[in-house]
Design a protein around this ligand. Structure first.
Ligand SMILES: *Cc1c(COP(=O)(O)O)cnc(C)c1O
Length: 449
């Protein structure tokens, strides 16, 4: 057995160019440029300019030794992950190209894709926690994320501590001390700090830099004996669906893992459901291993659609952001509008400071408070002609919904009050239509109020 074939001599042919060209004029190409070609070599696919959709459940090994080597990578017996494709529950060409390109936007070492944003969030959390552990999270979270922590992980002895988005460094220190005590009492550790910023539907921002400083001060170094003195074993994950990848890059501000519902801005056409996470390999590897076991990877068709979407994500988000700024300027001055929850018009100095440090744009999803209550808000919604009445966000088309009566209907009244989810709150996601047409639509709908 000593002279077994060296599989490294006969690598599985891959669609990946060996040395992807990412430099131009002595500097790295911008993400918008890299979206057209990164990670795909047409010469490996009959010259096809666009990646074909690889509809296959399994991949042929060129010899037995290569198969063994690939399985060593998949099962983690050899570090560095799989060098070749094995089976479509683990990965596939379309998914790999997509993951490579997603990682570029956030400046991440690695990325993983999933069949939905919630699949990404659930597998990430499941891979990170053990019995007795504590998850610290900002509030409010997307309702299904909050439910997964409070109801599902609770069944396995995992508890949580939450804090309001916007908490100060001092408050965060207190929250983490409380979480650490709770973890010690349960015989576990603080396994993850999970953020969502801006929060839905309040648009409250979390100070990622303050969270990192508090984490390093309170949970830095070894929670468990033997951990390194510098690096905490408690990652900071953040759901960046509302502002990413264009308007906020959380890894630059101290987050370790960035989470997306790709269903929203990244997919951007309201025609698919998918999710992703990105970050350093050391955080991705345990999640990849659990995804290999459970499944939940995005399918090849959807991955291909997302590659299409990534080519225009910057264009679409820029246009939607410009449209939202114009629409909000109009709404702000309208006598039938009581107020706006829009990141372009922040009135709290602490929130403005976080915005200035973390955000590159105000986004295109915001809340408008109509003068009156549910009846007035419904009249406004029912008279919109361009904007469609639907939940979700980040698509090419403008959508409007009523959180108190729809997405947050099951939230108890006390919590609705605390979160500011009132009966006159209308949620709007601005698309890429003509801004003047959108303003005319909102104007005529407000006349009916
Ligand atoms: C939509 C959404 C999710 C869930 O994503 P799905 O793709 O619908 O599973 C998670 N977080 C935020 C902020 C979202 O808007």
């Amino acid at each position: 057995m000593t002279d077994a074939i060296d599989a490294t001599e006969t690598p599985t042919p891959r669609r990946k160019p060996k040395q992807p060209k990412t430099m131009i004029g002595g500097r790295e190409m911008k993400p918008a440029t890299q979206m057209m070609g990164y990670g795909f070599d047409p010469a490996l696919s009959e010259g096809s300019l666009k990646a074909p959709i690889f509809l296959t459940s399994t991949f042929a090994f060129e010899n037995a030794a290569a198969g063994k080597r690939h399985f060593e990578g998949i099962t983690g017996q050899r570090p560095g992950g799989a060098e070749g494709l094995v089976y479509s529950r683990f990965n596939g060409p379309n998914q790999e190209i997509l993951e490579d390109r997603l990682a570029i936007w956030d400046g991440a070492e690695d990325a993983l894709t999933f069949s939905s944003g919630m699949t990404a969030i659930c597998i990430l959390m499941l891979a990170s926690v053990g019995q007795g552990d504590v998850i610290v999270h900002s509030g409010p979270l997307y309702a299904a994320s909050e439910g997964f922590v409070a109801k599902v992980l609770a069944k396995f002895g995992v508890t949580y501590v939450d804090f309001p988005a916007g908490a100060s460094r001092e408050e965060l220190d207190e929250v983490l001390k409380r979480a650490k005590a709770q973890a010690n009492a349960g015989g576990g550790k603080v396994a993850m700090i999970y953020l969502e910023s801006p929060a839905n539907p309040t648009n409250a921002l979390v100070d990622i830099e303050a969270v990192k400083d508090a984490r390093d001060a309170i949970l830095g170094g070894a929670q468990a004996a033997g951990g390194s003195a510098q690096e905490s074993d408690c990652p900071i994950a953040i759901d960046n669906t509302f502002l990413g990848p264009l308007w906020q890059r959380p890894l630059d501000h101290g987050a370790d893992i960035v989470v997306y519902s790709l269903t929203k801005y990244v997919g951007g056409h309201s025609d698919l459901v998918a999710g992703s996470i990105a970050g350093a390999k050391k955080w991705m590897d345990p999640v990849r291993a659990l995804r290999n076991t459970m499944g939940g990877i995005v399918d090849p068709n959807t991955a291909w659609m997302l590659l299409r979407s990534l080519e225009t994500v910057e264009l679409r988000m820029q246009r939607a952001g410009e449209n939202a700024a114009k629409v909000c300027a109009f709404l702000k001055a309208h006598p039938k509008v009581e107020g706006l929850g829009y990141l372009g018009f922040i009135d709290d100095p602490r929130q403005q400071d976080i915005y200035d440090r973390h955000c590159k744009g105000a986004g295109s999803t915001f809340s408008v408070f109509i003068k009156g209550g549910e009846a007035e808000s419904f009249r406004f919604l029912d008279n919109l002609t361009i904007a469609k009445l639907a939940v979700s966000l980040g698509g090419t088309e403008t959508l409007a919904s009523h959180p108190a009566a729809m997405t947050h209907l099951s939230v108890p009244q006390e919590r609705k009050d605390a979160l500011g989810i009132t009966d006159n709150l209308v949620r709007i996601s601005i698309g890429i239509e003509d801004a003047d047409d959108l303003i005319a639509d909102f104007e005529q709908a407000l006349e009916h109020v």
